[in-house]
Design a protein around this ligand. Structure first.
Ligand SMILES: *Cc1c(COP(=O)(O)O)cnc(C)c1O
Length: 395
């Protein structure tokens, strides 16, 4: 199936973009929206815009729109900061809910910043907690009675392997642990029903599949029944119940707004709003169907043409997010050569060539064409050119 949304993006000519899982492309209306916010609202209204242009309400408005895409009820998603910060907030709140337990359980496929933030938090609160990172397939068995919180990223950023959200959340709760899901590679990629999962927290970013732009604000979901018991680690003034009362003592907002910290990034939020317009009327089940169709086609085409590559993602689509990764010893150079030939994916150390599938703006024709270019680059060993061996800061 094809979703008629390609015209809502500005994609450069001659490029097949298979990296929307890392940085979504530019929505066609984004530049206009930003121009309006910058010139009319900021330029014309000046500080009045906090009220007249609805800037103060924007984080919650955007949170509600994100909520629809992850199965979260209105008012349960706060936006702002970056995902790393939201991971810290969720983890700290979760640990405070289980004061007698000392273990944070994650997995060794998790994105490094999630693990780094957990380590930093442990050191900040006294160093008596322990971060455990078994292999992803061993997580469920590792949920014991000493675990305070299970913190997992649903879709593995390297391999695309998908955790079973319902089963793991249930196991965590059965053992008395708090569950945090990182939806960085899930939001906008597959249907999620975070409310039905019963998880206490979810966090995610909006610059990947949601196309909010570089540095777009992150989000945090807290289950409505626990919100008022959360003691925010980052007790910023905009999480206060009444910021402009300017009280000396901190008193958290009675809603998810207590997970706000400081002044919201209005320009970035406006960009994200423009990106979310594209999602209006989109059914995540249709996205999933189309994404599996595209990624299965990609696997079949690439495996038939490129014996040099080894599939690193689960072959079974139901166990995969919306990306496909291949292992190749010279993956970095090969990816540089591919980008040079019009197929943009990315590389993750040590040897992963990663390709994301985003049905809003990709169709079968793009996939077949991309596979042809990959065959040309690998079969002809075009990646051996010395110019493709030079490492950039971002891979
Ligand atoms: C992309 C990603 C991040 C990035 O965090 P930022 O603070 O936005 O830079 C964190 N965690 C996971 C799982 C990710 O995939």
């Amino acid at each position: 199936m094809t979703l008629p949304k390609k015209h809502l993006f500005e994609l450069p000519q001659g490029v097949i973009y298979l990296d929307g899982n890392s940085l979504g492309p530019l929505p066609a209306q984004a530049a206009n929206r930003v121009r309006d916010v910058v010139t009319r609202q900021w330029g014309g209204e000046l500080i009045r815009a906090w009220n007249t242009a609805g800037w103060m309400a924007l984080p919650q408005k955007v949170g509600d729109r994100l909520g629809r895409l992850i199965g979260a009820p209105a008012g349960s998603v706060a936006t702002g900061d970056t995902l790393s910060i939201k991971v810290y907030q969720a983890l700290d709140a979760a640990l405070k809910m289980r004061p007698g337990r000392r273990v944070i359980l994650s997995d060794n496929g998790n994105f490094p910043t999630d693990l780094y933030m957990a380590g930093g938090l442990i050191r900040t609160i006294g160093g008596e907690h322990e971060l455990r990172t078994p292999a992803p397939e061993d997580v469920e068995a590792a949920i014991g009675e000493d675990v305070a919180v299970v913190m997992l990223t649903q879709v593995d950023y390297r391999t695309g392997r998908l955790h079973d959200m319902a089963a793991i959340t249930e196991a965590a709760h059965k053992a008395g642990a708090v569950m945090i899901w990182d939806l960085a590679h899930s939001a906008g990629a597959l249907p999620i029903d975070i409310a039905a999962s019963n998880a206490e927290f979810a966090v995610g970013c909006t610059y990947k599949y949601l196309n909010g732009g570089p540095g777009a604000p992150a989000f945090i979901y807290a289950r409505p029944d626990i919100v008022q018991s959360i003691e925010p680690a980052l007790a910023g003034w905009l999480g206060h119940d009444n910021p402009f009362a300017m009280e000396l003592a901190y008193r958290p907002a009675m809603s998810t707004e207590r997970l706000r910290v400081g002044t919201p990034p209005i320009v970035q939020l406006a960009l994200l709003e423009a990106a979310l317009d594209v999602w209006e009327g989109v059914d995540m089940a249709d996205i999933r169907t189309a994404s599996l169709e595209l990624s299965n086609l990609f696997i079949a085409e690439v495996e038939a043409r490129c014996p040099q590559l080894t599939l690193a993602s689960p072959r079974d689509g139901s166990r995969r997010g919306s990306q496909v990764s291949f292992r190749f010893e010279h993956g970095y150079a090969a990816m540089q050569a591919l980008i040079d030939h019009g197929v943009i994916g990315d590389f993750r150390a040590p040897d992963i060539m990663r390709f994301g599938f985003t049905p809003l703006y990709l169709d079968r024709e793009d996939i077949v064409k991309a596979a042809g270019i990959i065959e040309e680059v690998l079969g002809g060993e075009l990646w051996r050119d010395p110019k493709y061996q030079v490492k950039s800061r971002v891979t």
